[in-house]
Ligand binder design. Structure first.
Ligand SMILES: [Zn+2]
Length: 534
């Protein structure tokens, strides 16, 4: 192990990349790599880890160089190696396993009776949550600490909450207490992260609130403990034990059907827009992957394109593949909804408007917001799934994702990149990759758009998203940025790339500009046709 570790650190830029000096230096990439390798030859992974720990405390400077694992495979690699910025070695050949939690969503087919039942139980649970959160928020705001225990709610089961306890049964009442406790633990975790300066700029820390809509109505939620429900996959029914109620459902569970899947908490919620009940089953599953041994790819999110990805060279020829996912449809979608919402707002501004009409308009507006969000989520999901599928076909075994600093702090405004909610897209990519056994790391991307990935010199921004290098070549700025990220992650920048463009929409991902100019076809790239056709 010792030897493997050493070999690994010697190969890539390694942990020395975290030194603040390296970050600030304007030296070319080549020089930097050399000094980093030199600095590393004496140290090993464990040492560099210690250094990292020390430095974390004294400032943000160093944090900026930090590599953040975005999924379970990335965390596993970090544990084993200390730093992913190295090529795969012998360590990677064994089959690895991680356990992850996924959610299956089932649409419940309710009758009026079932609807009544869910509403009754759901409202009682929401009431419990609201009362507990009221009590805990008061404690918190009065400076009497954070109550994140499930037992403090449980202890009131025969007193304040006796009617709720009776209605939910001890198992599900217990689970509801656990849910409340989980929320407060999450809050505590965020507070801690904020104190250590580890929060993302857009993350807000608020104590858990109330399950109430804008009109003050409680939002129902049914919480069922893992051992108090049964899912019959053949008959497609959900059976709730304590209440002895069976509810038919629609939808094909993706995770529950996996061998060895373990059921966790079941949550039933109502979607007021779709006017339907949904059951969300959390499932623990084991994923397997042979880590390493493949290509790395760098990803830049959302400038001119939603996603730009560049792989290492696929073969000796030095040619890599670049994937571009255009942001056009997302932007158009955004503006379309923006326009319609503005129309409604104009109508609402009329003081002579009847109360009834006002309510209708407000409902319409809410639906538009919902729909816009749903569209965006769908575009992200489609893009991420497509991206990872193509990555798999290309033999990509690790993804390095640049994280845009500065953009998140910008005011969310018309057409700026903030609306693309990087974080959601990032999560989609991380999870899609996790499902396919591909680790994803986040890498700081400052200056990646200003520097030539091949020469390390400054580039000039040209028209139509092109950058010009003083050495006489031009590139898509996003491809250049993705290449820089790839390089920062210890990847090899390809001499040439074959560019594949896609347009992701809410319903599918469409391939564009398929010019058949396969001069110098890389062997693996041939598989791509299959991926695109799907
Ligand atoms: Zn250049």
């Amino acid at each position: 192990m010792e030897e493997v570790e050493k070999r690994v650190t010697r190969r890539g830029p390694g942990a020395a990349g975290r030194s603040p000096g390296a970050k600030r230096s304007k030296r070319s990439g080549r020089e930097r790599t050399e000094t980093e390798v030199k600095g590393n030859e004496t140290g090993n992974v464990k040492e560099s880890r210690k250094r990292k720990g020390k430095k974390k405390k004294n400032g943000s400077e160093d944090q900026e160089m930090e590599i953040v694992p975005l999924n379970a495979w990335a965390r596993l690699l970090l544990e084993q190696l200390g730093d992913p910025r190295c090529s795969g070695g012998r360590w990677a050949q064994a089959l690895q396993r991680v356990s992850v939690v996924r959610t299956d969503t089932l649409r419940l087919l309710t009758t009026p009776e079932l609807d009544d039942f869910l509403r009754r139980v759901g409202d009682a649970t929401a009431r419990l949550i609201n009362m507990e959160n009221y009590r805990r928020r008061r404690l918190f705001f009065e400076g009497r600490g954070i109550d994140y225990s499930w037992m403090s709610a449980w202890a009131r089961r025969f007193a304040d909450y006796s009617d709720i306890y009776k209605l939910l049964g001890s198992m599900n009442f217990h689970e509801a207490c656990r849910l409340i406790s989980d929320q407060w633990k999450g809050f505590l975790g965020l507070l801690k992260a904020a104190k250590e300066g580890k929060l993302e700029p857009w993350q807000k820390v608020r104590p858990p609130g109330y399950r109430k809509d804008k009109d003050g109505q409680r939002i129902p939620i049914v919480v069922v403990r893992y051992d108090n429900y049964r899912i019959d996959l053949e008959r497609k029914t959900l059976h709730l034990g304590y209440w002895n109620v069976s509810i038919p459902f629609r939808g094909k569970p993706r995770w529950l059907t996996k061998p060895g899947a373990k059921r966790g908490r079941l949550i039933i919620v109502y979607d007021p827009v779709k006017k339907r009940w949904y059951a969300r089953v959390s499932v623990e599953v084991t994923l397997e992957s042979k880590l390493g041994g493949g290509l790395k790819a760098g990803i830049d999110l959302g400038r001119e394109r939603l996603i730009a990805l560049v792989t290492e060279p696929l073969s000796e020829s030095g040619e890599g593949v670049a994937l571009l996912y255009r942001g056009g449809p997302l932007k158009a979608d955004y503006f379309y909804f923006e326009r319609r919402i503005a129309e409604i707002d104009r109508m609402l501004a009329d003081p002579k408007l009847e109360e009834m009409d006002r309510a209708v308009l407000k409902e319409m507006r809410r639906r538009l917001y919902e729909k816009r969000k749903r569209h965006r989520e769908q575009i992200f999901a489609n893009s991420a799934a497509h991206l990872i599928r193509v990555c798999e076909e290309l033999g990509v075994a690790a993804l390095l994702l640049g994280y845009p600093r500065g953009i998140a702090q910008d005011k969310p405004g018309k057409g700026n990149t903030n609306m693309w909610s990087y974080r959601r897209l990032e999560q989609r990519i991380a999870v899609a990759a996790e499902n396919r056994g591909i680790p994803v790391f986040k890498i700081p991307e400052d200056n990646t758009s200003k520097t030539c990935a091949r020469h390390g010199c400054e580039v000039e921004r040209g028209p139509r998203g092109l950058v010009r290098c003083p050495f006489g070549h031009a590139m898509h700025s996003d491809i250049n940025a993705a290449m820089n990220i790839l390089k920062r992650g210890g990847g090899k920048v390809p001499a040439r790339v074959r560019v594949l463009s896609f347009i992701p929409t809410a319903s599918k991902v469409v391939a564009v500009n398929e010019k058949k100019r396969n001069h110098n076809p890389a062997p693996k790239a041939g598989n791509l046709d299959g991926a695109r056709a799907r």
